[in-house]
Design a protein around this ligand. Structure first.
Ligand SMILES: CC(C)(COP(=O)(O)OP(=O)(O)OC[C@H]1O[C@@H](n2cnc3c(N)ncnc32)[C@H](O)[C@@H]1OP(=O)(O)O)[C@@H](O)C(=O)NCCC(=O)NCCS
Length: 174
């Protein structure tokens, strides 16, 4: 079963010694909104408009009632020892064993370009295929987003479609 008004399953933190992914909590909302509001981040999102705190809280309220949407805070636990970004697996079709990957950002400037997004992507994909039992993960990325496209290609996402400056990419379970 999937959709709205169902119990969200509990997911324990996923970690690798340097990165911990843990589910977003309500107290994280001001931080994630501040990250998302930066022009250098927002411009790469498909929905790049400014979001108000009321809209952000409303999003979280809906999110909390779904079992097909999981957003993780990325914590760097080795050097910086703090939350630095977020990553998500959502639109999970439990029966079709498919989902979308996205909402990736490294919001803390000092954490960018250090391989954290790459490690977080590896962790969440492994979790999606091995723990959630998915067979296929899809994403949409702006074609000029070189750091993101580089990471996605390296993890085996293949481009299946491109139009209006967007690439649709798919990765199937190895
Ligand atoms: C995309 C994003 C999460 C990547 O974060 P990051 O901390 O720079 O990522 P990493 O350090 O893990 O890896 C970036 C990779 O892209 C590569 N890269 C960076 N700039 C590049 C460029 N201009 N051309 C090609 N590759 C590039 C880096 O070399 C690195 O690869 P490497 O590990 O082989 O060196 C970050 O730039 C961000 O938050 N962007 C704004 C939001 C966004 O674009 N989200 C994705 C929406 S689909």
């Amino acid at each position: 079963m999937s959709g709205i008004f169902v119990t969200k399953r509990k997911i324990s933190p996923i970690e690798n010694g340097r990165i911990r992914l843990r589910l977003i909590e309500e107290s994280d909302l001001p931080m994630t909104l501040a990250w998302r509001s930066q022009d250098r981040i927002r411009k790469w999102f498909l929905h790049s408009e400014i979001v108000s705190s009321e809209q952000h809280e409303e999003w979280f309220s809906q999110y909390s009632q779904r079992d097909d949407d999981y957003l993780f805070i990325i914590e760097e636990i080795r050097d910086l020892k703090k939350p630095v970004g977020q990553i998500s697996i959502y639109k999970i079709d439990w029966e079709g064993k498919r989902a979308e990957f996205g909402r990736l950002m490294i919001g803390e400037k000092e954490a960018r370009g250090k391989g954290i997004a790459r490690e977080a992507t590896g962790l969440i994909l492994n979790f999606a295929f091995e723990n959630l039992g998915l067979d296929e993960v899809e994403l949409v990325v702006k074609k000029d987003n070189k750091p993101a496209v580089t990471i996605y290609r390296d993890f085996g996402f293949n481009e299946i479609h491109e139009s209006s400056g967007l690439k649709k990419m798919v990765k199937v379970k190895n």
